[in-house]
Design a protein around this ligand. Structure first.
Ligand SMILES: [Zn+2]
Length: 661
């Protein structure tokens, strides 16, 4: 393609992408699927890569696949991102109104907005072009997530008629529909599910790879101008101006003459909160006049001119029809109450979590009971109370099953917790135990990666197999609960160090039946690496002391499994050493290179190769000056001729066998 032709095509594709983004947001009427949109961007990206002279910083491709920073840089907020004082009742809300009335006699207006349960960010525009975005952090300093923010289609990268300088505050969230679709996809792919939209959004925004962030399809609603080189009189005016500048999603607001008048609107939002595309955890009531806000100022903790009204979780009674135990991906059995369907916070609820056996025991929840079910921000409703007065006769306390409903294996209680766990080898429980074993002292001996840390990583969806450990990023680990930046970095460093543990530990870490630390060391003394072990014949394995036919079969089965092969490939690609660090028992061929040619009577080609490696030699496919021996079997061909011409010693099969004795 000629350069000018490419330029035209690039411009046409950009215009298309812009148009589709506009249809998607302004008109809520997308004419192409997300998939097609992504493909369009891909085509544009490919062209831009081929003709980099036409890349512009405002190209829509900068919204996907931007270069990830290896670490998020800190951003000092020019205007702090304050948090609001929470109020939990109408009384507290009215008291807020009275405080303002005392401080500011005269006319006042208040604005009511939904409070989105997402991630607070600040985005900065310079000359109307998106320049930088940062997370709230501690309100004073956040993280630079500019590249990931570029992946959000509701973040305009260029504004119309914007002030020269502009910092806007907004909330990044994952739409409830998107969240549900994402979890469906993850379920199909067998990946761990994400807990709730807020966590999903938080995790996505702090992904180091913008392509992953893009895949998560995050959204942005803006709701405050933090700083602008333009004068405004009121909050409502700023929101209208944000719309005019081209922000597709600006927080919906309504104005009222007093706090008392806001109450009805707050209640309405609460009742209809499930009809919003985002999760919300309250309503925000703000003073509208910016001059009045200025006059009131802030306390050390929060502005005096606004509060957040938190909705109480909705609670309704229902009857327990059944209690079932679900086996989670870490093997934990979670009891769930099947209840008579009720409408709760806008959705139909037909089951509720009972957490664990201790929880059931504490409330003495039984099949047939009338219980209060609550939905508190999280997706899964829970039983919070039993109405004992309405308990029918003949009910019995509930016990979790002693065998796993998934696989029939015995269920045991965690020694250090309330969780009941399946012990089955083929059960999801296996996943967690396998990774824990992998990291244990008998395995790769990774410091700081005990069962709790593994469970945290698995639950957060960061790993699902041991090999995934070697692909962890410190940043995403640090985002975990109870995991600071420092310990995340230490963990990553420990994982990195384990790469050179060598064959014996790696083999033991795999947890192959009968192949414990001792057997793994024996094998590592006989084979120079995992590859040589894999190629060893059954016969050869059984000849090794302490390795009987049963162990040989387990090894063969393990290597034959596609999961093992996948795991091996990932480990190899991550740079994990497969080589033995044990003293090889017999190194008679050390430093010698053999070439096999023709057909051997006593061994297959692979067996002979394994034998050479077992004694520390190397088997090569072609003859060169570096070849030490050529082993010539029946009907040897050109390799034999070449060896003779180079003067390389040629061994008959008998001579080769004699060397093996
Ligand atoms: Zn099981």
């Amino acid at each position: 393609m000629e350069a000018n032709e490419a330029k035209e095509k690039i411009e046409a594709l950009r215009a298309q992408a812009e148009e589709h983004a506009r249809r998607y947001y302004d008109e809520d009427a997308p004419t192409i699927s997300d998939f097609e949109y992504d493909r369009l961007l891909r085509e544009l990206l490919d062209l831009e890569n081929a003709f980099p002279q036409f890349i512009t910083p405002d190209s829509p491709t900068r919204r996907v696949g931007g270069r990830p920073s290896d670490k998020f840089a800190p951003v000092r907020h020019e205007v702090p991102l304050e948090s609001l004082t929470d109020v939990f009742s109408t009384e507290e809300l009215l008291a807020f109104g009275e405080r303002i009335a005392e401080a500011l006699p005269g006319d006042r207006q208040f604005d009511v907005e939904p409070k989105i349960d997402g991630l607070s960010i600040a985005v900065e525009y310079r000359g109307g072009v998106f320049w930088r975005g940062a997370t709230r952090g501690d309100g004073q300093t956040g993280e630079d997530v500019t590249e990931n923010l570029r992946t959000i289609r509701s973040l305009p990268r260029k504004l119309d008629n914007a002030p020269e300088r502009l910092i806007v505050r907004g909330e990044v969230f994952m739409a409830k529909d998107t969240f549900a679709a994402l979890n469906r996809e993850r379920e199909i792919r067998g990946e761990p599910l994400l807990a709730n939209p807020r966590n999903a959004a938080a995790g996505s925004l702090r992904q180091l790879d913008p392509a992953v962030a893009a895949e998560r399809r995050l959204d942005l609603i803006v709701y405050n101008i933090q700083l602008a080189s333009r004068d405004y009189a009121s909050h409502a005016e700023t929101l209208e101006d944000l719309k005019a500048m081209g922000f597709p999603k600006v927080i919906p607001y309504r104005l009222y003459g007093s706090v008392a008048e806001c109450v009805e609107r707050i209640a309405w939002i609460g009742e209809h909160r499930d009809e919003f595309e985002y999760e919300m955890d309250g309503a925000v009531i703000k003073l509208n006049s910016l001059a009045q806000r200025q006059a009131l100022g802030s306390t050390a903790k929060a502005p005096r001119w606004a509060v957040a009204y938190k909705y109480p979780p909705e609670k309704k009674p229902s009857r327990v029809l059944d209690i079932v135990a679900q086996v989670g991906r870490t093997g934990v059995l979670t009891p769930k109450a099947v209840v008579e369907p009720i409408r709760l916070a806008g959705t139909t609820v037909s089951n509720a979590t009972l957490h664990n056996q201790d929880f059931i025991d504490k409330l003495d929840i039984r099949v047939g009971d009338t219980v209060w079910v609550q939905k508190a921000g999280e997706i899964i409703p829970e039983v919070v109370e039993v109405d004992r007065a309405r308990r029918p006769e003949g009910t019995e306390p509930y016990r979790l099953p002693a065998v796993c409903p998934e696989c029939g294996s015995p269920v045991v209680r965690d020694p250090d917790g309330a969780a009941m766990r399946c012990t089955g080898a083929e059960c999801p429980a296996q996943q967690l135990r396998a990774i824990t074993h992998f990291a244990s002292r008998d395995g790769m001996d990774i410091d700081g990666l005990g069962p709790a840390a593994v469970e945290g990583l698995v639950n957060a969806g960061l790993i699902s197999t041991a090999a995934d450990l070697y692909y962890l990023e410190a940043q995403s680990v640090a985002a975990l609960e109870r995991m600071g930046k420092k310990s995340a970095e230490n963990l990553i460093a420990a994982i990195e160090r384990s790469k050179s543990q060598g064959m014996a530990r790696l083999l033991s870490a795999f947890g192959i039946r009968q192949v414990g630390a001792a057997a793994a060391r024996t094998l590592a003394r006989r084979f120079p690496n995992i590859g040589a072990l894999e190629e060893a014949s059954f016969f050869e394995l059984t000849e090794i002391p302490d390795v009987g036919p049963v162990t040989a079969q387990y090894l063969a089965d393990w290597f034959a499994s596609p999961q093992s092969q996948h795991q091996l490939r990932l480990l190899r690609e991550a740079g994990v050493s497969f080589d033995s660090r044990e003293e090889i028992a017999d190194t008679r061929f050390a430093g010698k290179t053999f070439v096999l040619t023709g057909t051997l009577a006593r061994h297959t080609r692979d067996e002979a190769k394994a034998l050479i490696e077992r004694f520390g030699g190397k088997a090569s496919g072609s003859v060169s000056k570096k070849t030490d021996y050529v082993v010539a079997g029946e009907a040897a061909g050109s390799k034999l001729t070449k060896a003779q011409s180079l003067g390389i010693p040629v061994l008959s099969e008998e001579e080769f066998e004699a060397m093996l004795e």
